[in-house]
Design a protein around this ligand. Structure first.
Ligand code: S3P
Length: 429
């Protein structure tokens, strides 16, 4: 199906919901479960296309991985048992698979070729290839290894101290995973803290890792042990419904069992700053990850400025926050978000182009956007451009549009949220 027609909503959104498992944590659970010795059982795994790429990559290296809906069982004999894949590995659209897998392959004594879809083929890989080469890995590819297809020949790695030049959890995680396979103590010192699921997962699998402010140190050549992982609901998926409830009059929804990791909750802070009625209750910790529930009600939204250290804590939520800002009183300015240009699409360009087409008034800047509030959404035609988060942003915009919206390439939403439209339908009265 390459287009669907979406109708404006005629009633409030109400009810309780669960969102699918966290994408970042699902990827990492497969990676760590494959590197660990023994059995790992993952529940509430994200059954989306990106995480399936990570499963297929490790299956190609001989790991036994069985998936039954959202439950995944991994039987692995550890790092030494991983085998040279027979064929090039297709990473599809998944940047997380690419960057984290490169870190693992850097330390494995065999040859691999990685390739991806049109979007992934344009995304920079040198940000991780450069430190991995410094550790001793052989990595080559298009444009001297900047872009996929990339081939690796891993081997004995030496630990490094790395100061990431970009605020990226994927880059940090790639180097930490290589550090696990290296000789010595690898250190990553971040300028701004990014999502720390890799660090939490090291601990959950019995690994030694120390965290001192923004400095993370991992001891090399450790053996990890298989464990059970319950994946929290993905706050980045929840964000679409949090904004939907805020902008659809009369709405009130509660999202349960959602991840509330501090490195991911920038969206909650921004919603509060924008005067959205929101209540958050942290309930438990599982595998080092806080989980709880969030309730949101429709609200009179105020514009705000979004910049600085909060950006990495909400990088994937900026498209949906941009939609929220179109409905706010005043002008919202987003800065320091140049990283958006290196996502599944250039998300500064795609958000601005798409929302303007639907009636908003937004101006792109080099590192963000300026969004005029109080602009009605008209509806019309809009394309996800193969970017799941742009697809979901359009779908939420269509709820408050004056007329129907035709969404092109809705299938991209399956990358992170295959049940998105079913979950939305359940909230309609
Ligand atoms: C992710 C980190 C973020 C995010 C991506 C998932 C991860 O990317 O945008 O969706 O799982 O580590 P960067 O770390 O490159 O900013």
């Amino acid at each position: 199906m390459n287009q669907i027609t979406l109708h404006p909503i005629t009633s409030p959104l109400v009810g309780n919901m669960l969102v699918p498992g966290d994408k970042s944590i699902s990827h990492r659970a497969i990676i760590f479960g494959s590197l660990a010795k023994g059995t790992t059982v993952i529940s509430h795994f994200l059954d989306g296309e990106d995480c399936m790429r990570t499963i297929h990559a490790f299956q190609a290296m001989g790991v036994k991985i069985k998936k039954e809906e959202q439950r995944v069982t991994i039987e692995s004999n550890g790092v030494e048992a991983l085998e040279e894949p027979l064929k090039p590995i297709n990473l599809g659209n998944s940047g997380t698979t690419a960057r984290l897998l490169l870190g693992v392959l850097a330390g494995l004594p065999f040859h691999t070729t990685l390739f991806g879809d049109e979007s992934l083929t344009k995304r920079p890989m040198d940000r991780v290839a450069v430190p991995l080469r410094e550790m001793g890995a052989k990595i080559d590819g298009r444009f001297n290894g900047k872009y996929l297809p990339i081939s690796t020949r891993g081997g004995q790695l030496q630990a490094i101290t790395f100061h990431p030049p970009v605020k990226s959890a994927q880059v940090k995680s790639g180097v930490l995973l290589a550090g696990l396979l290296a000789n010595g103590m690898t250190e990553v010192i971040e300028e701004t803290k990014t999502r720390d699921h890799t660090e939490n997962m090291f601990q959950a699998f019995g690994g030694e890792i120390s965290i001192d402010g923004n400095k993370i140190s991992v001891k090399g050549e450790q053996t990890l042990t298989g464990t059970d992982i319950q994946v929290p609901g993905d706050i980045s998926s929840a964000a679409f419904f949090l904004v939907a409830a805020a902008i659809v009059p009369g709405s009130k929804i509660t999202i349960t069992d959602v991840g509330l990791n501090q490195t991911r909750t920038g969206i909650i802070d921004v919603l509060q700053k924008m005067n959205v009625k929101i209540n958050v209750e942290e309930e438990k910790f599982i595998g080092g990850e806080p989980i709880g529930k969030i309730t949101v009600e429709s609200s009179d939204i105020k514009a705000t400025d979004i910049d600085g250290d909060i950006i990495p804590r909400m990088i994937d939520e900026i498209p949906i926050v941009a939609l929220l800002a179109t409905q706010a009183k005043g002008t919202t300015i987003i800065r320091d978000a140049e990283e958006l240009r290196y996502k599944e699409t250039d998300r500064i360009a795609s958000v601005v182009h798409t929302l303007n087409k639907l009636g908003a008034k937004i101006e792109a800047t080099e590192d963000g956007m300026i969004i005029e509030g109080g602009t009605p959404i008209t509806g019309g035609e809009a394309d996800s451009h193969g970017d799941h988060r742009i697809g979901m942003m359009i779908a939420i915009a269509s709820l408050i549009a004056k007329s129907d919206t035709i969404l092109h390439q809705p299938d991209s939403i399956n990358i992170s949220y295959p049940t998105f439209f079913d979950d939305l339908a359940k909230l309609k009265k």
